[in-house]
Design a protein around this ligand. Sequence first.
Ligand SMILES: Nc1nc2c(c(=O)[nH]1)N[C@H]1C(S)=C(S)[C@@H](COP(=O)(O)O)O[C@H]1N2
Ligand SMILES: [Mo]
Length: 320
Amino acid sequence: MLIKKPSDIKPSEITPPKHYKQRRQFIQSGLGLAGAAMVPGLWLPGDAHAAREKLKGVVKSPLSTSEKPTSYKDVTSYNNFYEFGTGKDDPARNAHTLVTKPWTVKVEGEIDKPGDYHLEDLVKASTLEERIYRFRCVEAWSMVIPWVGISLAELIKRFQPTSKAKFVEFTTLYDPKQMPGQKRQVLHWPYVEALRMDEAMNALSILAVGLYGEVLPNQNGAPLRLMVPWKYGFKNIKSIVKIRFTEQMPKTTWALAGPREYGFYANVNPQVNHPRWSQARERVIGSGSLFTRRKKTLMFNGYEEQVAHLYSGMDLKKYF
Ligand SMILES: Nc1nc2c(c(=O)[nH]1)N[C@H]1C(S)=C(S)[C@@H](COP(=O)(O)O)O[C@H]1N2
Ligand SMILES: [Mo]
């Protein structure tokens, strides 16, 4: 992968000056704490979220749900991230081997501004928002998670898509040394996900860089992951290193692994069951000690008002 040196990138290419200053704080605090993580003794074995780090300048979003967030502990210890193992507790134990600084995102395809962008530059040009979203895994469990992220639509506009850009594809890092789960062929690596352009441009779509006001723990997809709350969890690809704009619908990892079970759209839909289980209800993670609460799953995960228009006239049983 070609990587531009920092001196090759003019912040003015992508950064309005007001945001640039504001975001510098984010970077400085980031670099400071990256140092702290190297101090022996601050590292607890098996603790992938050592050196927790607050994000500055986060504004609250009116698009947040008022539901009570799932505990920090549950959000950061019950994960799906097969690059670190297929068990729910594997990512929290294993993801400390992922190096998230520095981080470069290659942006290519049907756009006028392709390039290798430093993550800091992308983030400091954007507004950091807290978005408390419902989250529904295709395995029929759910959480409420206070993400910190940037608007995907605003970011995409800066890359200036051409009229041929119909889809946007995201790719996770491929590095079996950092991601030991990639040594096993449980999925086609690297993990790939994609959205139709109008889905990506919807106001709900964000790229998350944090949760609970802090930098994303590695097990939750640091340093940059997708969050589209009306879709099943597997669409929300983690640790993104590439964003590509295409004319054709991209081939996505789970749709390749099980085309009858996982569709491209993957909209949360209680009326369309998975071939092997019902999607009508969900297990609410962390809701009780003796028994877990189950609740009815909502169409588009409760975001029908914001996104139903994207699919008008489409047969959602066929395009699941
Ligand atoms: N690269 C990558 N992204 C991924 C996954 C994965 O295994 N690899 N799992 C997906 C699935 S199935 C879910 S439910 C969510 C889980 O996100 P969380 O652990 O932050 O709750 O991440 C999604 N993104
Ligand atoms: Mo999932």
